[in-house]
Every structure is written in C-alpha cells, then in structure tokens.
Design a protein. Structure first.
Length: 167
C-alpha cells in the first residue's frame, strides 16, 4: 500500500464495516463513519517510521482497489509479541466470494511464515458468521478468548482465532 492508496483503502474499510456489521453495530455509528478522516489516519500511520504494520492491497484487472489487509506483531495490551496479528481484512462488497479475501489472507500468512512468526492471531466480531466461516476454512480456529468492544454504548463481543502459519 502506498499513500496514493489511502483514499481507496479508507473507502474499502468504511464500506466494509457498513456491509459486514449492519445489524450488529449500531446503525448510527456505521452512518457516521467518515472516509476522508479514515484516509488521513492511514496516511499518518504510513508516514510513521516506527510503524510495524504491513498493509496489502488487492487490485482488479483494471487497477482499481478491491481489498485491503493489514497485519503485524500481535498486540497483547501495549506489548508487541513474537506472534503475528491480522488487524484488518476488508473487501469492496462486490468482490466478496471471488477469491480476493483468500488471496490477501494467503499472502499475509505467507509473509508471517517467512519472518518466523510462530502463530497468527486475529479478532473477529462474534456475530459475523460469514467472516468466522471464512477464517475457519483458512485453517484458523477460535481459541476461547473473547473480549467486547464498545460502539455507541453497545457491547460488541469479539472472539480470537489462531493459526500456526506453518500448518
């Protein structure tokens, strides 16, 4: 991902949230997501020299952005561990089910394997059954950890999935 991709990535992330979390996260929150503000956050993170996050984009045959994934060291509170964490994987809704997400996830796992990360973990919204099935088919499994995050006063539980990138 380059700075030129930030507007497209922000649109993918915002539209991805609005699509995936409809009926799960308060609609007022989803309606208030701001693509321009999100793009600025992505630009600011890219400019940080100490940023350990790897951002991948998938393009269509015509060069338009179809999806985005971000990963890096697993965050255990304020501590970065030796494990990897998939922070985000979002697609334009019209590209769901066409292999774009699988390609992004496969590349993220490949890169984590090549850098010797012992495991890859991710957090997924518990009620997002489509995403949970996607990760399970890719070899991830829920490990029993669960944490809620709050959105506009509503508790939204997430479950943690883990995969040994070598297996």
């Amino acid at each position: 991902m380059t700075a030129d991709d930030c507007d497209g990535v922000a649109e993918i992330r915002v539209r991805g949230w609005q699509h995936a979390y409809r009926g799960i996260v308060p609609q007022s929150y989803l309606d208030g997501l701001d693509v321009a503000a999100d793009a600025e956050r992505h630009r600011a993170r890219l400019e940080r020299a100490d940023n350990p996050v790897v951002n991948l984009v998938a393009e269509t045959g015509g060069g338009a952005l179809a999806g985005w994934a971000a990963f890096g060291p697993y965050r255990d509170g304020d501590t970065l561990t030796e494990d990897a964490e998939l922070y985000a994987l979002y697609l334009r809704p019209e590209h769901i089910g066409h292999g774009v997400g699988r390609a992004l996830l496969t590349e993220a796992v490949r890169r984590c394997t090549s850098t010797g990360r012992p495991r890859m973990l991710l957090w997924v919204v518990k009620a997002n059954t489509r995403a949970r099935r996607f990760y399970a088919r890719a070899g991830f499994a829920a490990d029993g950890a669960e944490e809620p995050f709050e959105v506009d006063g509503v508790s939204v539980p997430e479950v943690r999935y883990v995969r040994d990138p070598r297996g």
